[in-house]
Design a binder for this molecule. Sequence first.
Ligand code: NAD
Length: 313
Amino acid sequence: GQKVVLITGCSSGIGLRIAVTLAKDEKKRYHVIATMRDLKKKDKLVEAAGDAYGKTLTLLPLDVCSDESVKQCINNVKDRHIDILINNAGVGLLGPVESISIEEMKKVFETNFFGVVRMIKEVMPDMKKRRSGHIVVMSSVMGLQGVVFNDVYTASKFAMEGFCESMAVQLMKFNIRLSMIEPGPVHTEFETKMMEDVAKMEYPGADADTVRYFKDVYLPSSIDIFEAMGQTPDDIAKCLKKVIESSSPRFRNLTNSLYTPIVALKYADETGGLSVNTFYNLLFNFGPLMHITMSILKCLTCSCLRRRTISPN
Ligand code: NAD
């Protein structure tokens, strides 16, 4: 029969596209429960889902930051039966740490880390009883490797990678699969909006040099990377579909073969020197040559690295 798939954060971006892609599966293999904090924001999803809405796609409200909301949502699922849980909801945070309050940092962890933990705690016991299920977590290449000025976001994704890598072992004993998806840059409205906001902001508490490195050095090179390598939410949805349809899904799944060489730096030198120095040189020594560097990195994508990466096609 149909597999019940529950997805968090479906009002926009990657979550919306995953929901639509699975609901429109040509063999109708999925019943998608697309969730979002505020159902008033459903219009874009409903429009994109077209005929599937009300058939293979239904909606439920869910805020991953609230114990009560999570419990209520899962109780509203028939028999609390979820075959595939897709933890997609997440928030970004960019900028010098000097100007970010601990409260703001905690909010990022509350969504990106505790939000996922909360969902898994609620859904896992039923999966354990049934000895089946698949939990998918939208991580990031920033769950594997630090990125300058994304310090807190990166830390929240690392936290989740550690949590899940630990959980995967006991879940295997219960025949429950756990998979991380690790996209590189993805074009969503979120990215454009964040970049615009960030450029306008003042950054009190940070010294002038730090603010300059952030705004005039990091931001332009980050935009270059998005332009050179950015994937679409549709690419990520296709990769995720491959992961859930695989007979033996892997634990880690990179999605962007152009970005994979950057991640590979970490594994090529376990001391961490190679990645830290390469990021330093990319940022502070190459400047306008960023795009050339990116082309070289593209050429470095040898076949052995590609094997680590799921392709959307
Ligand atoms: P997005 O902002 O469009 O989507 C995030 C969604 O999560 C939004 O719909 C938002 O409303 C929702 N959300 C936030 N807090 C929530 C909460 N408390 N409860 C329920 N929903 C909540 O951005 P996106 O790029 O589609 O991000 C989706 C996931 O992909 C995130 O986990 C993000 O970290 C990850 N990711 C994004 C990129 C990228 O470059 N865009 C790269 C790698 C990983």
